[in-house]
Design a protein around this ligand. Structure first.
Ligand code: FES
Length: 103
C-alpha cells in the first residue's frame, strides 16, 4: 500500500538541514544530506523529542532533548544496536519532496 504525501519543496530544505513536518496525524522528520532526502518518524523513541528539530551533521541527527543520535538513512541509533527509528520512503517529483506515509 502506498500513500505518497507532499511534505516540502525540495528547494526549501538546503543540504545539511532538517525540519519537522506534520502529515495527517504523523510527525515526520525530514532531512537533506548532500541533496539526498530522508525521512524518519519524527518522535524520538527515548522520550518523544522532536527529531526534525535536531541538529544534522553528515547523515547523523542529534535529538535536541537529550542527544540521542540516529543515522537518518537507516534510523539506526548510533550506540545501541537494538534501537532503530522507523524510516519512510522518500522521492522527489517535480521539485516536491514526497514521503510514503504507508511505507
Ligand atoms: S527525547 Fe530524544 S534523546 Fe531524549
Amino acid at each position: 500500500m502506498e500513500n505518497w504525501v507532499r511534505l516540502a519543496d525540495a528547494g526549501d530544505l538546503a543540504p545539511g538541514s532538517c525540519r519537522e513536518v506534520v502529515a495527517g496525524d504523523r510527525l515526520i522528520a525530514l532531512f537533506n544530506v548532500d541533496g539526498q532526502f530522508y525521512a524518519l518518524d519524527g518522535v524520538c523513541p527515548h522520550q518523544g523529542g522532536p527529531l526534525g528539530k535536531g541538529s544534522l551533521r553528515g547523515c547523523v541527527v542529534t535529538c535536541p532533548w537529550h542527544g540521542w543520535q540516529f543515522d537518518v538513512r537507516s534510523g539506526q541509533h548510533q550506540f545501541s544496536p537494538t534501537v532503530r527509528q522507523p524510516t519512510l520512503p522518500v522521492r522527489v517529483e517535480n521539485g516536491a519532496v514526497l514521503v510514503n506515509l504507508a511505507g
